[in-house]
Design a protein around this ligand. Sequence first.
Ligand SMILES: [Zn+2]
Ligand SMILES: [Zn+2]
Length: 141
Amino acid sequence: MGGLVLTRQRRAILEAIAHRDDHPTAAGIFALVSARHPGTSRATVYRTLEKLAALGIIRKVCHPGAVVRYDPRPERHHHLLCRLCGAMIDVEAPGIQVTALPAKPVQGFVIEDYAIEFRGVCGVCRRGNRRKRAAGTGRKA
Ligand SMILES: [Zn+2]
Ligand SMILES: [Zn+2]
């Protein structure tokens, strides 16, 4: 089962991203992995990411207009996308429901998955803007 050969790389990658909720890019993950495991090739990391995503162990997140990111949460969930800093944040708000997939084909189309991206401005950017404005008045927000 050729998969065994990949075990070390897989483990290194999964360790690198397991506790991250910032949806790193392939380049970012390569930097993390090669810092801990010098000598790991970029191609190996990229290939292993593709494989882990294909196996459903991690999730490949491709939103239009945004770079491809990888997500250690394989289950369906949605994202907040900041148009200022590009941050991608998991939606945790209970008010935003995750709709179950229809059991039957829709217009002859079998729906397998979906993802919603909510675009706007993240908390950090909003605070940054406030701070800039507050600095002008000489008061701290
Ligand atoms: Zn932001
Ligand atoms: Zn996510």
